[in-house]
Design a binder for this molecule. Structure first.
Ligand code: FES
Length: 161
């Protein structure tokens, strides 16, 4: 659930074109991705052409332009993680969740992504659960992590009901 509205984010940085990246970061942190509507609003608010907003948002791999599940599992496929069998982690996530990278589970809970380095090579293979890093991962640890996230999130849903 977003903690701020798009208008609140834009109001805090109105007419500050040099803060384009920070605004896009705020929007993604709040909504999990940057929609086309958000890019148009950013363009108007900062006075930056919409093509420039799109260029920046699509240039940086950290920005997502499509909706994701509530929990994004990011697998590192960089060299240091690859030599420690990170491909098996990706296969585990795909098999356990029944989705491919870029897709969302039918319950909206999980998405899978992969990147070329998460900046913690010595601790690989790394799996990121939203902003939380899990290091020295194995397929077994990942299976348990996914199960524990599912249990935790079902508990949250039951508590709200
Ligand atoms: S290669 Fe995986 S964290 Fe750098």
């Amino acid at each position: 659930m977003p903690s701020q509205t798009l208008e609140q984010i834009l109001d805090s940085r109105r007419s500050q074109p040099h803060q384009l990246i920070e605004v896009l970061q705020d929007i993604q942190q709040n909504s999990n991705y940057i929609s086309e509507k958000s890019m148009q609003a950013v363009s108007q608010s900062l006075g930056v052409p919409v093509m420039e907003v799109y260029r920046v948002a699509s240039f940086y791999k950290a920005f997502r332009l499509k909706p994701t599940g509530k929990i994004v599992l990011t697998m590192c496929m960089g060299t240091a993680c690859h030599v420690r069998s990170s491909r098996l982690l990706l296969d585990q996530a795909i098999g356990q969740l029944g989705i491919q990278p870029g897709e969302i589970t039918p319950d909206g809970l999980f998405s899978i992504e992969y990147v070329n380095c998460l900046g913690a090579c010595a601790l690989g293979p790394i799996v990121k659960e939203n902003e939380v890093y899990h290091h020295h991962m194995t397929p077994g640890k990942l299976r348990k992590l996914i199960e524990s996230i599912r249990s935790r999130e079902m508990g949250v849903q039951n508590a709200k009901a």
